[in-house]
Design a binder for this molecule. Sequence first.
Ligand code: SAM
Length: 343
Amino acid sequence: MNNIIKEGKAVLKVAMVKTVSKQMDVFYNPVMKFNRDISVLLLNSLSRKGLNIADPLAGSGIRAVRFILELKKGKIKTLTVNDYSSKAVKSIKDNFKLNKIKASDDIIIKNEDANLFLLDSTGFDYIDIDPFGTPNPYLDSAVRRISREGILAVTATDTSALSGTYPRACIRKYWAVPLRNELMHEVGLRILVRKVQLVGSQYDKALVPVFSYSKDHYMRIFFRCTKGKEDVDSVLRQHGEFEGIGPIWKGALWDRKLIDRMVKGNKIPDNAKILQVIKDEASVGGVGFYDLHRIAKRYKVKIPRKEELIERLKDKGYKASGTHFSGKGIRSDIPLEKLLKLL
Ligand SMILES: C[S@@+](CC[C@H](N)C(=O)[O-])C[C@H]1O[C@@H](n2cnc3c(N)ncnc32)[C@H](O)[C@@H]1O
């Protein structure tokens, strides 16, 4: 049975199911609304207009519909929506109709394998890789077809490999040793950043994260692409070990100017809090954070309220913020000994 739902400015016909899974005829996951909200917000926060956009793994077409209805005027030059499933393509067409969108020279629907579709193209300014599980099968073609100054968006839902439940799987798929403690999500995200960057480096493409996060069952990174050996070398110099594991990306996960614009441009109240936390932690920077429960247990110290501690650290002249990776985490440049003394 089908159901009509609303997401952003889009209306959508989706199958009613008890559990969201790969086995659905056409894939739509309401939990990923935030993923799509952020894609819309990020694209609207870029100063660039006239983008050639590709959605190679489109499912129901919800992302593309939202781009068409919610991106600022002039943002889209062309939008190509693709899925290899003919049922998905039928649903994309139905959903376009439902939203009064007509396929045209600028809005194109394709029914191909994502890699063939990408490789057969002349390239895009924005490519959104949103697969089931690992993005690995699509990284090579996406990286090859992302243009200079383009944005490559990558989702991974195989977080059990990236965050250390299956260390061997992480080594095989992501060429790094994961961590299995409070920092596992940040480390997993940084392992994924590095993997995508290594694919880019083969083509002299430097991929620098401009916005990244880990949430629910997935990790998400937006990279800005530049071309050139120096830029690639500079990316590779920021790979390294962390607490005996890795290698991971040790550079910034966010572009601070972009996130300022995103916080200002956000119109969805439910998303304001996480965006503000990310803005705050982006201004602190660094790799990793202090998990207050772990510190309390390990060093037998009493921990004040998180907000209070952040204020105390700031009063002492340190940078400090919460972190979206953990409700119990504090990101700060204070060294551990000094933090323990303060506590
Ligand atoms: C996670 S869903 C996409 C969800 C969608 N991007 C959204 O925001 O709702 C992954 C989609 O990729 C499609 N797919 C899987 N392998 C593919 C391939 N090799 N080429 C093209 N499409 C593929 C599936 O049919 C499915 O619709």
